[in-house]
Design a protein around this ligand. Structure first.
Ligand code: PGA
Ligand code: ZN
Length: 425
């Protein structure tokens, strides 16, 4: 096993999909393995997320990550060189120890996330296996159902849509590649529809590759999705479901929610969700209320009676303790999993296994600031998570994940299974 021993670790500053600097880490092993990892970055972050280090100052308008790069080169590298990449959980624990803070604020979650991904990839590369197989073994063959964000609003777009993400979920397909084809057909049909109704400017895209049309109401966006699905020749509610990420902490001000330019109480917003869930086949609603209002998540979940899943993101920030507390308390049906919310793969893995043990839903997710890193595609398959959020089928940082899933499906030849609607019930 000496071939797995980490012999070099270094970091450099690269760019993410928004043009912001981010951390890339390279790890090599004694056996000649090489792994890279790039940290993503969120725009609508939960307040309890692990902290990313930014330099401040004038360079890159304060967004530089030279301090995080230095944290890798100066503190992380000496602490993990000589450890086995095969025991990647021990490597992650070492980083947590070296950091010594509850939120990774010393080393930076951007430094530790990139390192954690790089160590995983180096170990898989040393073994000569794709990462999903290294992590999950030969039984891993479940390809996830994508929740594709095709209309962007909130913090991800320059329009007036209050909800952040309007998604299509191609559940009716029998393979992952077929699901992707269906989603692309709907995405392209949606583009044509938006151009027709709102003019060509409406087809500009937001941070996650979805269109950012000048719509005024959330209902309008859902109606456009129904139109696009139908026009593309599919049945809404059967072939394609819809999903929402409200990212409600972003529209919460002084005890009220600002939706479609008017103020709403939590009770009124709850009523709106119930009406929308009656009218549209909404498979899941993520962060329907602000992160400090779990009681309304619970009330919504009780009233929806399983019609749509209630999912936490800013509420749960991939912390296993919060995930189990809220799941057991009936507050949520499941959560988003974002490695950089906790700073290491091992901590995210704890949330995944916690949800699996309890019977909850996990949705592995990109961030709005992304890169060509494809680690999350492998995690999805390795842990048979069954659900992935990685944006529209456009922009290289989003298609890199879809393309990697296509490669995994190809690698598995006839053995791959598509999750379909299994995890949305
Ligand atoms: P973020 O948003 O990556 O900008 O935080 C994604 C999400 O809220 O799911
Ligand atoms: Zn979210």
């Amino acid at each position: 096993m000496s071939e797995f021993v980490i012999d070099r670790v270094w970091a450099l500053q690269v760019l993410d999909s928004r043009g912001d600097p981010t951390v890339e880490v390279v790890v090599t092993t004694k056996g000649g393995g090489v792994g890279r990892g790039i940290a993503p970055a969120g725009a609508s972050r939960g307040s309890r997320e692990a902290l990313e280090l930014r330099d401040g100052g004038r360079k890159y308008l304060g967004r530089g990550v030279e301090k995080a790069v230095e944290a890798v080169n100066k503190y992380i590298a000496p602490a993990i060189i000589g450890m086995s990449s095969y025991r990647f959980r021990e490597v992650d624990r070492r980083m947590i120890e070296v950091d010594g803070t509850p939120n990774m604020s010393r080393l930076g979650a951007n430094a530790t996330t990139a390192t954690s991904f790089a160590v995983l990839n180096a170990a898989a590369n040393t073994e000569g296996l794709p990462l999903f197989e290294f992590l999950g073994g030969r039984r891993s063959r479940l390809l996830p159902t994508p929740l594709m964000n095709v209309i962007n609003g909130g913090a991800h777009a320059g329009n007036e849509l209050s909800f952040q993400e309007f998604m299509i979920v191609p559940v009716g397909a029998s393979t992952f590649s077929e699901a992707l084809r269906v989603a692309v057909e709907v995405y392209k049909t949606l583009k044509g529809y938006l151009k027709e109704v709102y003019g060509p400017m409406a087809t500009n895209v937001g941070d996650e590759g979805g269109f950012a049309p000048p719509m005024k109401s959330v209902r309008e966006a859902l109606e456009a999705l129904v139109k696009a699905v139908t026009r593309a020749g599919y049945e809404v509610g059967k072939d394609v479901l819809l999903a929402l990420d409200v990212a409600a902490s972003q529209i919460y001000r002084d005890g009220k929610y600002v939706v479609d330019r008017s103020e709403m109480t939590a009770e009124e917003l709850l009523e709106l969700y119930l009406r929308l869930a009656e009218e549209f086949p909404i498979a899941s609603i993520e962060d329907p209320f602000a992160e400090d209002q779990p009681r309304y998540f619970k009330e919504l979940r009780d009233k929806l009676k399983g019609r749509s899943l209630v999912i936490g993101d800013d509420l749960t920030v991939t912390r296993a303790e919060l995930v189990s507390e809220y799941f057991l308390g009936g507050v949520i049906d499941g959560t988003i999993i974002k490695v950089n919310q906790v700073g290491t793969f091992t901590e995210a893995e704890r949330s995944i296994t916690t949800l699996k043990e309890l019977g909850g839903r996990a949705i592995i997710s990109h961030r709005s600031g992304e890169s060509e890193d494809t680690t999350i595609a492998h995690i999805a398959v390795a842990y048979e998570i069954g659900l992935i959020k990685t944006g529209a089928p456009a922009r290289g940082e989003r298609t890199s994940k879809y393309n990697e899933l296509l490669r995994i499906e190809d690698y598995l030849s006839g053995d791959a299974i598509y999750a379909g609607s299994k995890f949305l019930k």
